[in-house]
Each structure stands twice: as C-alpha cells, then as structure tokens.
Ligand binder design. Structure first.
Ligand code: 2BA
Length: 107
C-alpha cells in the first residue's frame, strides 16, 4: 500500500479532487501554505493499493497546470538603498510524494 501526498495549486485543486473522487480514489484535502510564496495551496492525502497508484498519479498530472508567477524580491544597491527586483518563477503543476505504508487501520 502507498500513501500519496500531493501539493496542488489552489486553482487546480477543485478539479483534481473532483476527478480523483469520480475515479474512485479516496481523498483527504488539507489547506496548506507554501513556505516560499507564503500563499495558500492544497495538499491531498490518498491511501492507495499499489495497483491504483499509477492511475492516481496520471489523474493528478492531467489536471495540474504549471504557472509562471512574478514575485518581488529586494536587493541591496549599496549606501543603504534597496531595489525591488521582480523575478519570474514557475509554480507547479503538482509536487507529489509517494510513501510506503507500514500499516493501515480503520477503528
Ligand atoms: P512554495 O514554497 O510557496 O513555492 C512556490 C514556488 O516558488 C515553487 O513551486 C518554486 O517554483 C518557487 N520556489 C520555492 N522555493 C524557492 C527558492 N528558494 N528560490 C526560488 N524559487 C523558489 P513548486 O516547486 O511547484 O512548489 C509548489 C509548492 O509545493 C511549494 O510552495 C511548497 O508548498 C510545496 N513544495 C515544493 N517542493 C517541496 C518539497 N521538497 N517539500 C515540501 N513541500 C514542497
């Protein structure tokens, strides 16, 4: 059995979760915050039998989009002056971790 942790872009999360649920994959949704952008994203947890892993990954990949985003940074110009330098970064699609599960219980 595997535990899948997928960090999704907030804008994709609704569709990804809907498609996973329709596909018969059990999903728990967590509201999370990215450390770098300090903005909201969504993490989903799925406990899956090994033969379901591939299908779940394909579904997440299909409905997660990467985006270019401009973020402000500041740099020191000398003499105490600072300049705001926007930089463009690529965020997502999805960041996915797959873990082996040692035990699974429902009490
Ligand atoms: P954030 O930490 O808010 O990062 C958002 C995006 O900012 C990242 O997109 C990446 O393109 C950029 N970024 C992050 N750290 C950076 C840095 N030190 N310098 C320059 N750019 C940087 P993604 O890589 O697609 O990550 C999206 C979100 O997934 C992250 O949000 C974070 O919440 C999570 N994440 C990504 N990699 C992770 C990891 N190895 N462990 C835990 N969470 C991770």
């Amino acid at each position: 059995m595997k535990l899948l942790l997928a960090i999704l872009n907030h804008d994709d999360a609704h569709t990804v979760i809907k498609k996973l649920t329709e596909g018969g994959y059990p999903v728990t949704k967590l509201a999370t915050t990215g450390g770098f952008l300090q903005s909201g994203n969504v993490t989903v947890i799925l406990g899956l039998e090994d033969d379901k892993l591939k299908g779940a990954l394909e579904c997440i990949e299909k409905y997660s989009n990467s985006r270019r985003q401009v973020v402000p940074t500041t740099s020191e110009m000398g003499l105490g002056y600072y300049s705001a330098m926007p930089v463009e970064i690529t965020v997502g699609g999805a960041t996915v971790f797959v873990l082996n599960v040692e035990g699974f219980h429902k009490f």
